[in-house]
Design a protein around this ligand. Structure first.
Ligand code: UGA
Length: 435
């Protein structure tokens, strides 16, 4: 049976969850404190760039199964199920800032009446859901509720696809009654045989961190191996492909690059390291990964300077500012560290990104010039530096690039260009982990 759901927070996870759950036939109210966001969403405009999201948003608004509001009390009162999908940004010390979660939990307690299932989608440190249970018991004595941990594994850029076709649904759920509610909410996924993992709260919380930290480790591993491949004259793509042929390893997440970024891996690796410290458990592998990833980002400007000579007074064309392709998100993007270093060394940075230029400008202002097309950004540049693997860069017209640039250096940190073609046109080409 369709459920009445409130989703608190309309960021990446909250918005995709709201739209997806209403598409499953549930009645969903998305809640946000920001009036502008709520108005925009109610008018059918997606507030984030995510493939397919706007169509789903409009479709479900039309059926009136989906709406957005700033009135959290009304939304909570009407809901049988509440999804918490607010942000948990990192604090100075790397641990997660739970202020927004606390605020929502207190609102839930204030509005709790009949039995309600409270589901945490936000990535929260192990122990947080147990704390939510205790807090609700203390603030709403005698009221009936169940707390569930349902971590999200959406990838930015593929969030809609990931929502409708997840590899698994993890449910930290210790109540039979809540389990029945969840089976209703996710019936559509059950029908397509998505595996459901039922476990306790702490296990569900740890699954999320263990997965993200493992992926960050895998990327860092291949990045270091790529650096070694470069030094010894091996080709990292052949190495990675062959490693991936071993079913135990799998070929995914073995693409070398300028270091991982985004709103998840940097934050979650720091948070799990901090949890280890808190419990006195050695998380040295993850700490090493965090440090190695910083070095990988720093390495880009160093390598570029090695190829071009001192960067002072040189113009560098930087293609790609988002932390990965298919998103406008620049949070912890390697481009941030790279641009800082280029500017520190006295280079002029002319940049292009099909989606993220606006967000990057918000950080760097006039210190970086962003152009509408690649070729405007390339004009007069001594070097071309590729930082994000946008598809349009794979087919870049290198002959034309050669004509408009004044220099001939290409440093391709995503290995997207045809190195032989570049060399044949007179470019000095360097990738990552390639000879
Ligand atoms: C990641 C996880 O993949 C999701 O499963 C998870 O739900 C999400 O974090 C989250 O915790 O919310 P996301 O941050 O969107 O998703 O991005 P990824 O596609 O995982 O990429 C992360 C970073 O790793 C990017 O900077 C990307 O360029 C880099 N990367 C990825 C590589 O350098 N090499 C690879 O082989 C793969």
């Amino acid at each position: 049976m369709a459920k009445r759901i409130a989703v608190v927070g309309t960021g990446y996870v909250g918005l995709v969850t709201s739209v997806g759950l209403s598409d499953f036939g549930n009645y969903v109210v998305g809640v946000d404190i920001n009036t502008r966001i709520v108005e925009k969403l109610n008018s059918g405009t997606a507030t984030i760039y995510e493939h397919g999201l706007e169509e789903y948003l409009q479709r479900n608004l039309k059926t009136q199964r989906l709406s957005f509001t700033t009135d959290i009390d009304a939304a909570l009162k009407a809901a049988e199920i509440v999804f918490i999908a607010v942000g948990t940004p990192p604090k100075e010390d790397g641990s997660a800032d739970l202020t927004q979660i606390e605020r929502v939990v207190h609102s839930i307690a204030d509005n709790l009446d009949a039995f309600q299932v409270i589901i945490t989608k936000s990535t929260v440190p192990v122990g947080t859901n147990r704390w939510i249970e205790r807090e609700l018991t203390a603030r709403a004595p005698g009221k009936e509720f169940a707390v569930v941990s349902n971590p999200e594994f959406l990838r930015e850029g593929k969030a809609v696809q990931d929502f409708f076709h997840p590899d698994r649904v993890v449910l930290g759920c210790e109540s039979e009654k809540a389990r029945e509610y969840l089976e209703d909410v996710y019936r559509a996924l059950n029908l397509i045989h998505v595996p459901f993992v039922w476990c306790n709260l702490e296990t569900a919380e740890l699954i999320k961190y263990a997965s993200n930290a493992f992926l960050a480790t895998k990327i860092t591993y291949i990045n270091q191996m790529a650096n070694l491949a470069e030094a010894v004259g091996a080709d990292i793509h052949t190495v990675a492909r062959s490693m991936g042929m071993d079913g135990r390893i799998s070929p995914k997440f073995l693409h070398p690059g300028p270091g991982y970024g985004g709103s998840c891996f940097p934050k979650d690796t720091r948070a799990i390291a901090s949890t280890g410290d808190e419990f006195g458990v050695d998380m040295s592998i993850i700490k090493e990964v965090i440090a190695a990833n910083e070095i990988q980002k720093e390495r880009v400007a160093e390598r570029l300077a090695f190829l071009t000579g001192p960067l002072k007074g040189k113009t560098v064309c930087l293609l790609g500012l988002a932390f990965k392709a298919e998103t406008d998100d620049v949070r912890e993007s390697p481009a941030i560290t790279i641009v800082q270093r280029l500017l520190e060394q006295g280079a002029t940075v002319n940049a292009h990104d099909p989606e993220a230029a606006h967000n990057f400008k918000a950080l760097f202002g006039d210190r970086v010039t962003c152009f509408d097309t690649e070729f405007e950004a390339l004009a007069g540049a001594e070097a071309l530096l590729i930082v994000t693997e946008w598809n349009e860069y794979r087919n870049l017209d290198l002959a034309r690039a050669r004509e408009v640039m004044t220099g001939n250096v290409i440093y391709d940190t995503r290995n997207v260009l045809d190195s032989e073609k570049a060399t044949s046109l007179g470019f000095v080409y360097a990738g990552i982990g390639r000879v």
